[in-house]
Structures are given as structure tokens and as C-alpha cells.
Design a protein around this ligand. Structure first.
Ligand code: URP
Ligand code: ZN
Ligand code: ZN
Length: 488
């Protein structure tokens, strides 16, 4: 008679705050024991010499989603979740994106229909709100938050998605009432628009000018404004995909003043620069994303933000578009930078990149790595402690890492459908070799062991970082939060 369905034996178990050398016992998809020399199990995995980490939680990715240009990503829920799993993830939270005129309820139903038959690991949805009508704000959104979609993203730029400050305040006030987490794409739309017109007037249309038009000053300004709006209504926000020191400094300053402002950054801001957008021919289009990669000084600044806790989460912002007329080059073989699909793939390499260059080179420690790639996302997005840690009672979600394994990145060995990797040729040390989701062996030694449709939808709790605030709490300084006072 076995005690456990699965036992992972003799590994070094790492969480955001602890290190244990012991076995893990799993029953019915949950962790039921953490101790040395556990009793018999139906299946045993020898993790000696390996690190057993909580499965990665990919909190920012675009899967089977239409972009701001109306273009479909090259990955669907099957290829994206397989790719995520090979990269050490056990949960993804992509976006259910509302385009103007869409009913939010219908949008969510459509995304469920896409994900249910295809996902191989667990998933939730953030919402993207581009049309905050009274119906959306008053009924659909509160109902969806209550049903477990407890976070959403808003855009301050992109013609087809952006909200003005008035709409942002409406959204933030609604988030305050419901306790939802608001993710903000912060870039100044008018600055981008104005610079784009000047560049195009001067005949400067090559991909590299995308990075010029999305200036770091515009990113810093919009970040400052987003923080001001969140302060006005006393609502937490997460500034996503931060690329520049200008934006990071705004976040840090707000945090130092005690405001509930959180930050996310991504691999493209550590490993790419604007020079990549100047590769020969149209190759620079492969690196066009918003905000764009900056320079080596910005990369160092972003590393500092990861080290000193300015950033709580490190996500891929996986937004895959093939390098052809179905994706990046949808507007023809030589499009101006204004007509290149925005986004880079990265769901499979997010963790190996940060492990190799961050942990391997001593920039962050292994506990920071776990916090940035799993635990903090679980807390921010209402999944903790079910996900994001290794503890009795938590889901049995693990990535078992071989810290010594070296591989050179080649897209042909990855599992997404972008057709290229921005990180091609990089030598990375430390890779996930076995990935387990709710006790199911998903990936082992390069093999996918589960069927499409075996991932489960996650109904999320309210964020640990954002609770409903119908009334002012005593410690809130009303002189600094006038907007919050009139709301309550
Ligand atoms: O360029 C990017 N990041 N595309 C994806 C959409 C977004 O804004 O996150
Ligand atoms: Zn964005
Ligand atoms: Zn994104």
C-alpha cells in the first residue's frame, strides 16, 4: 500500500523564503508531506543534485489574442502552454482582451472556448478593458471580478485600446470598490504620435525608429501620471513591462512614499537593446515591442530594480508574431515601423534567462528568483498559497532544475510558433528538466507527457495586494488622497 501518488526524493527545495533538503509527498494533486525518507509512493522521482522550485507563474502573456492592430498571435493555447511548460511554468495568466464594442462577458466566454480544449497547464485570465461603458463598469466587470477574474490591464496608448485619464479614473475607482488589481501599460500616447509624425515626415520609417518614437521620457511621464491617478483614488496599480530608468524611478519614488505601486519588467529589457531593432533588412522588426528595449545603461538600471525590490514580478510579455505576412510583416515586406506588429516571444526562455544571467552570475539569489517568477505573481493575482510556493496544502506544481545543464538557445528547440527567438545563440546555464502541475508529470527529459485540454481554469481570489476599499481606512491620509475621500 503506497502512501503517496508521487514522491520527489532528495532534491533541494527552494521557496521565496526557505531552503530544505527533503522529500515531497504528493496525493490527489496536492503537497501532503515535506520530510526526509518519506514512505512508499506509486511514482518516484530522484531529484538528487537538482533544485525543486515552485512552478513558474507567467503573469503576462498574449495567447490567441488579437493585437492592437487586430492581428492574431502566432501561438494558440496549445502551443503557448506547451512552450510555457518546457520553460518551467505550471500556470499562465494571459489576457481576455476586449476590443471596442465587445461585450466583456462574451469576450471571456470566447477565451474559455479557445483554452478549454488546448491548455496543457493551469491558466487564468486577466481582462483587457478598452471600452469602459456604464454597462461594463457597472455590471460586467464587477460580476467578472466576483467570478474569479480579479485583475485587468488598461492601456494609455495604442489608438484602438487606449483610455483617457477620465476613463482610467473610472476604472481605478471601480477596482477600488471590487478589490481588483489594475495593470497599466504606461506610455504617453501623444508623445509617441508626435514623434512618429516627425520621424515619418523626415522619411525615417525603418524598424529602429520604433524605439525612437516610444521615448523613455514618454514612458516616464505616463508612469508618473498613472501613479498620480492611482493615488487620487487610493487604488493599487502594477506598472507592467517597465523598460527605462525614468519609469522605474517613478515607481521607486512612489513606493518610498508608501504608495501601493508595483512594478513588472521582462527579459527584453535585460537582454536586448534598441540596436537590435537596427539589424539588417527588416530583421529589426523581430525586436519591435512596446515599450522598446533601450540601451546597456537601462539594462543595468533594470537589473538594479530587480535586485532592490522595485520590481515584484518578472514576466515574459510573450506576444508572438511570425516574421512573415501573417505576423510582423502583415503590411508587406518593407513596412514602416508604424505598421509592424508589436511584441516579442519569450514564454519558454523567461525563467532560463533569469536563472542563468541572474542567479548564475550572482545578480540575484535563488529566493529572489522564485519570488520574481512565481510567488509574487501568485500573491498579486490571487493564487497564493495554492500556487507560487512549496508547502503542505499547496498544489503540487514544481519545476525541477538542473543548475549545471548548459544549452545554447535555438528556436528550433523551442515549442512556440513565432518562428524565431530574439535570444538565438545565447548560452544559458541552468534549465528546468522536469515540470509537474497538480502532481501530473507534464514535461520530463524533453518529452511532453500530457494531452491538450488537461490544464485547468483557475478561479482567482482577490489580490493580496488589493482589497476592496469602500471606506477610507484610518491610516489613509485624506489630505493626500482627496479623490479617495470623496469616493468613500
Ligand atoms: O509590444 C508589446 N508589448 N506587445 C504586446 C502588447 C502589450 O502592450 O503588452
Ligand atoms: Zn502592454
Ligand atoms: Zn503585454
Amino acid at each position: 500500500m503506497t502512501e503517496y501518488d508521487l514522491a520527489i526524493r532528495c532534491g533541494t527545495i527552494i521557496t521565496a523564503s526557505s531552503k530544505m533538503d527533503c522529500d515531497i509527498g504528493v496525493k490527489d494533486g496536492e503537497i501532503v508531506a515535506l520530510a526526509k525518507n518519506l514512505g512508499p509512493a506509486t511514482r518516484n522521482i530522484d531529484a538528487a543534485g537538482k533544485l525543486v522550485l515552485p512552478g513558474g507563474i507567467e503573469g503576462h502573456c498574449h495567447i490567441e489574442q488579437k493585437s492592437a492592430f487586430g492581428l492574431m498571435t502566432s501561438d494558440d493555447f496549445e502551443s503557448a502552454t506547451i512552450s510555457a511548460a518546457f520553460g518551467g511554468n505550471t500556470t499562465v495568466i494571459p489576457f481576455a482582451a476586449q476590443h471596442r464594442g465587445d461585450s466583456l462577458r462574451q469576450v471571456v466566454e470566447d477565451y474559455h472556448a479557445c483554452a478549454v480544449p488546448k491548455a496543457v497547464i493551469d491558466y487564468g485570465f486577466h481582462l483587457i478593458i478598452s471600452d469602459p461603458t456604464p454597462e461594463v463598469l457597472g455590471q460586467e466587470l464587477p460580476a467578472l471580478v466576483k467570478s474569479g477574474l480579479t485583475s485587468f490591464k488598461v492601456y494609455m496608448t495604442y489608438d484602438r485600446l487606449r483610455l483617457d485619464d477620465y476613463q482610467m479614473l473610472d476604472i481605478l475607482a471601480m477596482a477600488r470598490r471590487e478589490g481588483a488589481m489594475v495593470m497599466i501599460h504606461a506610455e504617453n500616447h501623444e508623445i509617441i504620435h508626435w514623434l512618429t509624425d516627425r520621424l515619418m515626415d523626415g522619411g525615417n520609417s525603418a524598424p529602429k525608429y520604433h524605439a525612437v518614437s516610444h521615448s523613455r521620457i514618454g514612458e516616464g511621464e505616463a508612469t508618473h501620471r498613472a501613479i498620480a491617478l492611482s493615488r487620487l483614488v487610493d487604488t493599487p496599480i502594477l506598472i507592467v513591462h517597465v523598460s527605462s530608468e525614468e519609469a522605474m524611478d517613478e515607481i521607486r519614488r512612489a513606493q518610498d512614499l508608501g504608495f501601493k505601486v508595483y512594478g513588472e519588467t521582462c527579459p527584453q529589457y535585460l537582454f536586448l537593446t534598441a540596436e537590435d531593432l537596427d539589424k539588417g533588412g527588416m530583421d529589426g522588426a523581430m525586436f519591435c515591442c512596446s515599450p522598446p528595449p533601450r540601451d546597456t545603461a537601462a539594462q543595468e538600471a533594470i537589473w538594479r530594480g530587480l535586485q532592490n525590490g522595485t520590481f515584484q514580478v518578472f514576466s515574459s510579455d510573450h506576444a508572438p508574431y511570425s516574421f512573415d505576412d501573417k505576423g510582423k510583416l502583415f503590411a508587406g515586406p518593407n513596412p514602416p515601423f508604424t505598421k509592424i506588429a508589436n511584441g516579442v516571444p519569450g514564454i519558454e526562455l523567461r525563467l532560463p534567462l533569469l536563472f542563468s544571467e541572474g542567479v548564475g552570475n550572482g545578480r540575484i539569489d535563488i529566493h529572489q528568483f522564485v519570488a520574481l517568477t512565481s510567488t509574487n505573481a501568485a500573491r498579486l493575482y490571487g493564487l497564493f498559497p495554492r500556487k507560487g510556493t512549496i508547502a503542505v496544502g499547496a498544489d503540487a506544481d514544481f519545476a525541477i532544475w538542473d543548475p549545471e545543464e548548459e544549452r545554447t538557445v535555438a528556436w528550433k528547440n523551442l515549442h512556440d510558433r513565432a518562428g524565431y527567438s530574439p535570444y538565438e545563440g545565447m548560452l544559458l546555464k541552468g534549465w528546468p528538466v522536469t515540470v509537474i502541475n497538480r502532481g501530473r508529470l507534464v514535461v520530463d527529459e524533453g518529452e511532453l507527457l500530457v494531452e491538450p485540454g488537461s490544464g485547468e481554469f483557475l478561479t482567482r481570489e482577490l489580490s493580496a495586494f488589493a482589497k476592496p476599499l469602500h471606506r477610507l481606512e484610518p491610516e489613509v491620509d485624506t489630505t493626500r488622497n482627496f479623490g479617495a475621500r470623496i469616493l468613500s
